[in-house]
Design a protein around this ligand. Structure first.
Ligand SMILES: Cc1cc2nc3c(=O)[nH]c(=O)nc-3n(C[C@H](O)[C@H](O)[C@H](O)COP(=O)(O)O)c2cc1C
Length: 442
């Protein structure tokens, strides 16, 4: 069965969503608004909801005037929000982003294990290395670590987090009131990690969580990023637009997963997809055009700069082709994707920012439910995608269109479940519960 995630962004993924007449511009800080979206996704039996995140305002703005034109500047911290949502939902997976560059592994291991308990086994962690200097500047640095160093730290971070999650065996806690023992001492494994970056004793002060470990998600697409994903990820998010490239990305990734001693089936590849659904094609196009018309040129150009890896675009002529680009310490894969698109389609800088602003390099489908289900089915059956991370341009309207029109069509084709048949995120995704790894004793 196809997997579906709801990639939450408030009030929608389109850069001009907040200016739409139907939008709740500050929905990212309105729990009732968020809850209604997540309840809708759960009624539609989505596998998970997903929150991206940055540790700071990630928008690449040059001054306050520019920033004041952007949407999505303020929103809840994801783990806090998911903890509240855990108490109001029962089945849907709850996945949050946390950075390995600006956290300590102990904090992250503890928070996600707690979320896994609070949600009875529905937690997922999107492991990111972060990509902006603006975030670094909230953590005592002018610039972020370089790409290689970020991934080196991320690998060790992950080793520590996994070790902490294995502090306790599944049946360690016996609570023997008569005998006076809370847990079996032999089932406690103290980590004693000493590495290049981290020195962490352990154990974690949360027991082994309902899923054994929360589900690990990764979305790096560079060579380093894919290798890291292949070594740890159970879900891989990716931005893909061309079916053949999506197939080779998914195949390549699954082949790499096998070189790390895991089966390719243990990784779920989910490209992002922004749907504009109408009862007719022209109704869908109108919905798209209405949002495109609302893009502020200042914001469009700023967004392009960010997507190209925080490079300086101030000298770019708007109605000329995209010039050669400088190298970046930001996301290399995203820069290449956008550069290739501009060259392939012969776009000017203005046309490119309009394209990039709309779906940030992700697949965008505009059409009827049948049109959209056709493409999703092709991608699914050709191995380009195991599922999709759905990115409604505007919520709740765009999500409602997708759940009311496309989901029934996918069900009619027997591509998507009618009802949940499990209660954990691992269960929905068909992923095994990891066995306890014995880690070194103290
Ligand atoms: C769908 C998707 C979602 C992502 N979400 C985040 C995010 O929320 N926060 C973040 O810091 N990076 C995010 N990233 C970036 C990556 O996870 C990764 O850290 C970054 O792309 C740099 O690695 P790369 O050069 O290997 O692509 C996302 C990437 C993709 C494709």
């Amino acid at each position: 069965m196809m997997k579906l995630g709801l990639f939450l962004a408030f009030p929608g993924h389109h850069v001009a969503a907040w200016r739409h007449p139907d939008a709740s511009p500050l929905g990212g800080l309105d729990f009732r608004y968020v809850l209604e979206l997540v309840e809708l996704a759960e009624r539609s039996t989505f596998d998970l909801v997903f929150l991206s995140d940055g540790v700071g305002v990630r928008t690449n703005y040059k001054d306050e005037d520019e920033l004041s034109r952007w949407g999505r500047v303020v929103h809840f911290e994801p783990i806090t929000l998911l903890s509240a949502l855990a108490t109001r939902t029962s089945h849907i997976g709850l996945a949050a982003t946390a950075s390995t560059s600006y956290n300590e592994p102990f904090h992250v291991a503890r928070k996600f294990a707690s979320l896994d308990f609070l949600s009875n086994g529905r937690a997922g962690w999107n492991v990111v290395t972060s990509v902006t200097d603006l975030e670094a500047q909230n953590f005592n640095r002018e610039k972020q670590l370089d790409h290689t160093a970020r991934y080196r730290r991320a690998r060790e971070f992950m080793t520590v987090v996994n070790g902490l999650w294995d502090s306790w065996e599944d049946d360690a806690f016996i609570a023997d009131k008569q005998g006076g023992r809370l847990f079996h001492p032999s089932k406690l494994h103290i980590l004693h990690h000493k590495g290049d970056t981290f020195s962490v004793r352990g154990p974690l002060n949360v027991a082994r969580s309902p899923q054994g470990r929360p589900v690990i998600i990764q979305a790096g697409s560079s060579d380093d990023g894919q290798d890291f994903a292949a070594s740890i990820a159970e879900i891989v998010f990716t931005a893909q637009q061309i079916p053949d490239q999506a197939v080779s990305f998914a195949r390549g990734l699954k082949a790499r997963v096998e070189t790390h001693g895991r089966s390719g089936d243990q990784v779920v590849v989910m490209p992002g997809m922004m749907p504009f659904v109408g009862r007719t094609k022209s109704e869908a196009e109108d919905k798209f055009d209405q949002l495109q018309r609302l893009i502020d040129p200042v914001v469009g150009l700023g967004m392009l700069a960010g997507q190209l890896g925080d490079i300086d675009v101030s000298g770019f002529a708007l109605d000329a082709p995209l010039p050669e680009l400088p190298s970046t310490e930001g996301s290399l894969s995203r820069q290449r994707l956008i550069y290739d698109q501009a060259r392939r389609e012969g776009l000017t800088v203005r046309q490119l920012y309009q394209k990039v602003s709309a779906s940030r390099g992700h697949l965008r489908l505009v059409g009827t439910a049948t049109d959209i289900a056709n493409v999703m089915q092709q991608w699914f059956e050709s191995g380009a995608a195991d599922g999709f991370n759905i990115m409604p341009a505007l919520m709740p309207g765009g999500l409602r269109d997708f759940t009311e029109l496309v989901v029934p069509e996918l069900r009619r084709r027997k591509l998507f479940r009618d009802a949940y048949d499990s209660v954990t995120l691992r269960g929905h995704l068909g992923l095994p519960r990891p066995s306890h790894f014995a880690v070194s004793h103290g």
